[in-house]
Write a protein that binds this ligand. Structure first.
Ligand code: MLT
Length: 238
């Protein structure tokens, strides 16, 4: 079994893909499920999300969550704050997400991957278990990064996932996985790593430091968002 880490989304994925966007899309996605959401839809653009909700009949379950540059998208119901989501009740709701990097990384993965899971630090061990159980030839951990730049927080989380996976069985690892393991082993604790990242500092400057602290909670959830490309999802969503 191969274990690979892509420091940014690229290429094709023959088997299992674990998408990581710790600050904040995958952390928020896990939190929506923890707070009762029936389902998540990840759209390719904000316009698809707005059309889905505004074109739905009265009483539809859709709520929109997303951001650009860390700030809520105009017309959306929520931004992309996991700390905010943790205080809400999403029971019987479908949360439609569109974010700067994370949802795009998921769409890239879904173009070729067979099984796509969303992972953060908050569900890292459960995500590693799900990926190991589903994989037959390769697990690719795909870091979303920020604006097409490598994100320290995502590489650190990939290293956490890689450590869990290596404890679960035999893998041949690529240099991306070696880099992620090195970052994990030298990056301090999760909060130190996230706080020292460029995007973590950007969020703190925006007054969203609570999200950085929330996202550093290691394996606080056993829920693993699983994307099923095309299965019954409206056009342009996952
Ligand atoms: C992303 O998708 O890049 C992140 O979720 C951005 C953010 O929420 O700050």
């Amino acid at each position: 079994m191969r274990l690979r880490v892509d420091l940014l989304p690229h290429g094709t994925y023959p088997d299992v893909v674990v998408v990581v966007d710790v600050l904040r899309a995958t952390t928020t996605a896990v939190t929506y499920l923890e707070r009762g959401a029936d389902a998540l839809l990840l759209t390719a653009t904000p316009e698809v999300a707005l059309a889905l909700r505004d074109g739905a009949p009265e009483g539809s379950p859709y709520l929109l969550g997303g951001e650009r540059g860390g700030l809520p998208i105009p017309g959306f119901d929520f931004g992309n704050s996991p700390a905010e989501a943790a205080g809400q009740n999403f029971t019987r709701k479908t949360v439609v997400m569109n974010t700067t990097n994370g949802t795009g990384a998921a769409h890239t993965a879904a173009q070729t991957g067979k099984h796509i899971f969303l992972a953060a630090l908050t569900n890292a061990h459960a995500a590693a278990r799900r990926a190991r159980a589903a994989a037959t030839e390769e697990i690719a951990i795909v870091c979303a990064g920020t604006d097409n730049h490598v994100g320290l927080e995502d590489v650190y989380a990939a290293g956490v996932l890689a450590e869990y996976l290596l404890a679960m069985g035999e893998f041949t690892v690529d240099d991306g996985a070696r880099i992620a393991l090195t970052v994990r082993r030298n990056g301090g604790n999760p909060l130190e790593a996230l706080s020292s990242s460029g995007h973590g500092q950007h969020l703190s400057r925006l007054g969203l430091g609570e999200d950085v602290r929330f996202a550093a909670g290691l394996s606080t959830s056993t829920l693993v968002p699983t994307l099923i490309p095309g299965e019954g999802a409206p056009e342009g969503t996952l």
